[in-house]
Design a protein around this ligand. Sequence first.
Ligand code: ARG
Length: 460
Amino acid sequence: MTLWGGRFNGKPDAAMRQLNDSFCFDQRLYEADIKGSAAYVAALQKAGVIGADESAMLVEGLKLVQVEFEDGTFKQVSGDEDIHTAVERRLEEIVGPVAGKLHTGRSRNDQVTTDLRLYLLAEIATLGAQLKKLETAIVERAEKEIDVIMPGYTHMQHAQPILFSHWILSYFWKIERDLERLAAVAIGASVLPLGSGAIAGNPFEIDREWLACELGFSKVSENSVDAVNDRDYVVEFLAWAALVQVHMSQLSEDLILWSSNEFGFVELDDAYSTGSSLMPQKKNPDALELMRGKSGRMTGDLLSLLMALKGLPSTYNKDLQEDKEALFDAIDTLKMELPVATGVISTLKLHKEAIFAALDDGMLATDVADYLVEKGVPFRRSHRLVGEAVKRAEELGCSLRDLPLSEYRRIDPAFSEDVYKVFDFKRSIAAHSGRGGTAPSAVRVQIEKAKKSLHKNFAS
Ligand code: ARG
């Protein structure tokens, strides 16, 4: 039984049914669909469209349908083209013809987007909590490894020494912004479209403000033509998800590189690695490679919806059914992956000797330039003078630390014996004590701030 057979003589072609049906992927909306329907029943009763006894029957029936979905006994029959049709069909089997009153003034056009918003809001809460766990793991590692000095890279070339904790916290702040954006996405999704009907609104004096309150929405949509068409909230979520995934891919790339034989800075726990079917010695960072690789499909999810929406005429068009698989894919991917990311971070092994051995004096060249600045040399000039010292050291085949004082003084008499004090990685780190810098004192401030934010957005 479809919800629309009256004006038709013929039945849909089997291939057409396959193309048209969405039950196989939208059945996961059952809880949201039933919740929305139960609230709508109450609104119909409040409006005097149905009586209290009818309302009670409908709500009871809906509860039974929900139980069937939950315990896996719900049976799809031919004609159940989507979750809305399936629930109503089963409701009628359970409560009889009164089920026919449920859809009074309602259309699947306002129903489907109400369901999707409810579903998304619940999933947003789950994803927010998962990201909080990842943040917690990062902060814990930052605290634990506060002594580890590592080479910092720009352009993937040795740049300046930084604390490992400073590096790992850089991802905390990306995720913190992700959580702030997620809270904004939730606000955008929290708008009630129900009561918009197919296009023109509801003629049965449904109390939409009450419905919004009942369903936990913070607002009511203002225009029924817009409400049945609006998928901005899905786009916003997918854009959010794509950026989260890009952050995950960046984190992964750093760790993949550092776990290579050439770097050997970190080692993934066995729980997050796999072996090779051919090369017995291999331990591959598959968890990270998948997190890096999935940024392709997440961007694809966003683009597929944007392309489906581009040039879409006003109101509901069946193209909009295409919103779901992209949304579900993004949610499923993140929900599967975020606990893995948390596990990787909290079990990651650091090879501190290899990290320390990778530091070289050249990374302190900027500190030497800063040393001259303290002697009154303008930075542009000190930068050039240290550049000359680097060149001279290269010619002599030694490091800056071993370049004789006579050589330094030949370059500029501002250099004196105390220049050698600069060649101390700890000193260099400690010197960068300005807010947001890598000095242990500044990183401790960062950790305290991070800990406070753990109690904000989506904290459990
Ligand atoms: N399965 C449809 C969707 O996902 C439900 C809405 C159908 N509306 C309609 N007028 N055919 O968008």
